[in-house]
Design a protein around this ligand. Structure first.
Ligand code: BES
Ligand code: MN
Ligand code: ZN
Length: 501
């Protein structure tokens, strides 16, 4: 699907027309070009559309008469306008056009002209349509074949226009940025949606390599033997029960030679989490192919960061493995080592993510010279309990990083909420037999999981995102089908974009 900026004349050819409308402003607002007003006056006068938020009206006209389809979406009150409202209303309109089998959609952005600079609108518009168009149908053979056969009924083109066409047509790069961000989120979604019999540590590594080649960051992959020589015992313990051997994926992007700051960006990469001997019940295990959502966000973000040439230095590390059961798997009660030298009592083999993160963080610091750490992981069910499916809880030891994340969340339209990195809670992970244990009681589960990771950061500035709730949706949304959401990819992109301004 292409998304492009067009001059006003595109209106004459519009088959399906999408019109965002503010509440009480009516659809004959003076801001519309006169030829559009004519169309509307002729055709859309029967029942006034009120423009309330989250509402939609569809008007169909005669075949061959243009536009054949007019979709009105409500933006709500002008004074309450936000980019989030814009995004959700455009997505709603897009889905309607898709069910109407429109192959192109022409979108009038004129009402937004005086309200918000197009430099801010266009990235959101590009991202919105890119995400709304996402589907994962490679295993739905019939649907795929049907799409190919009826290509005229599949959305091919989005045309954007506005009253001030001269201004709009100069802003191509802002639209492109939004599209790139959207595509990077789609990369993350694809990786999460891929089932675990297809996406294992080696195919995940290959996928990272492919994205690196496409977008311009370097990727090196270490095999089990090399990882063993480096001493990542905690990581290897988690992966030991699987036939699919672990891989340490290291991705590097250097966009700022003048800075010696290197961000260590660590993504959890459990291509499947059965729980191990602390086995999960069937329902809990069903979606555990998504347990590499952190690594998906990292790979997606790296693609967008490299594509946009951001001025930052990042070394991303993914300790990819599968938490399975076998005669060789690690057990509850085991005491294992770690790259940092700390010993860990395994009190629950299902608290495996933090073990892989601990060694990945140590590797990023000791071998790659990371000066700050960000980790992102589908880490705790407690994150879901605390924040639900729409808000990512985070912990942070550095207020500046936290502030930057909050800003990035605004820009990416993801939602985050800070939890305290309450050091005294480390008490809950005290072991009688080792330096630390890998799981505590249920209380404050998201915080203790974070603190476990933090205890491996050598007190570097640290930011920790728990996307267990946000990485996956069981409900179809206008912006996302059931499955991986790509949570974190856009957020991380904007985090680093803000740093490189
Ligand atoms: N991958 C899970 C966390 C998870 C749960 C992600 C639900 C997405 C949805 C993680 O490895 C896990 O099992 N965590 C345990 C930790 C506990 C044993 C301390 C949990 O949250 O129950
Ligand atoms: Mn687990
Ligand atoms: Zn897990």
């Amino acid at each position: 699907m292409n998304i492009s900026l067009k001059g006003l004349s595109i209106l004459q050819e519009a088959k399906a027309l999408l019109l965002p409308v503010f509440e009480k402003e009516g659809i004959h607002g003076e801001s519309y070009p006169s030829n559009l007003t004519e169309i509307l006056e002729k055709k859309a006068t029967r029942k006034p559309f009120e423009g309330k938020k989250d509402t939609l009206s569809l008007l169909s006209f005669y075949e061959g008469e243009l536009p054949e389809t007019l979709i009105l979406v409500g933006l709500g009150k002008k004074e309450d306008f936000s980019l989030e409202i814009l995004s959700s209303s455009l997505a709603k309109g897009f889905q309607k056009a898709k069910t109407e089998k429109a192959s192109s959609l022409t979108v009038d952005l004129s009402v937004l002209e005086e309200l918000f600079p197009f430099e801010k609108i266009l990235p959101v518009v590009g991202k919105t349509f890119t995400l709304a168009n996402y589907e994962f149908i490679k295993f739905q053979r019939e649907k795929e074949a049907e799409n190919r056969k009826n290509s005229t009924e599949v959305m091919q083109e989005i045309y954007l226009f506005s009253k001030d066409e001269e201004q709009l047509l100069l802003l191509e790069s802002f639209l492109a940025e939004g599209i790139h961000e959207g595509l990077s989120i789609c990369i993350a979604r694809d990786l999460v949606n891929e089932p675990a019999n297809v996406l294992n540590p080696s195919t995940l590594a290959r996928a990272a390599q492919q994205q690196g080649e496409l977008f311009g960051f370097s990727v090196s992959v270490k095999n089990e033997k090399e990882v063993e020589d480096l001493g990542l015992e905690a990581f290897l313990s988690v992966g030991r029960g699987s036939k699919n051997s672990p891989k340490l994926i290291v991705m590097k992007y250097q966009g700022n030679d003048e800075s010696d700051e290197i961000y260590g960006l660590v993504g959890k990469g459990l291509t499947f989490d059965s729980g191990g001997y602390s086995i999960k019940p069937t329902d809990g295990m069903l979606t555990m192919k998504m347990d590499m959502g952190g690594s998906a966000a990292v790979i997606g973000a790296m693609a967008a960061i490299a594509k946009q040439g951001l001025k930052v230095n990042i070394t991303a590390v993914v300790a990819a493995c599968e938490n399975m059961i076998s005669g060789d798997a690690f057990r509850p009660g085991d005491v294992i080592g770690s790259m940092a030298g700390k010993t860990i009592e395994i009190t629950n083999t299902d608290a495996e993510g933090r073990l892989t993160l601990a060694d990945a963080v140590t590797y990023a610091i000791e071998k790659e010279g990371a000066t700050r750490i960000i980790d992102i992981a589908t880490l705790t069910g407690a994150a879901l309990v605390a924040m639900g499916k729409d808000i990512t809880p985070y912990l942070c030891t550095d207020d500046e990083m936290a502030q930057n994340l909050e800003k990035a969340a605004e820009h990416s339209l993801e939602k985050v909420w800070r939890l305290p990195a309450e050091k005294s809670y480390l008490e809950l992970l005290k072991s009688d037999i080792a330096d630390i244990k890998n799981s505590g009681p249920r209380l404050a589960g998201t915080i203790t999981a974070g603190l476990f990771v933090q205890s491996f950061t050598k007190d570097l500035p640290w930011l920790h995102l728990d996307i267990a709730g946000t990485a996956w949706t069981d409900k179809k949304k206008d912006l996302c089908p059931v499955g991986g959401t790509g949570a974190g990819a856009g957020l991380l992109y904007h985090y680093f974009k803000l740093l490189s301004l």
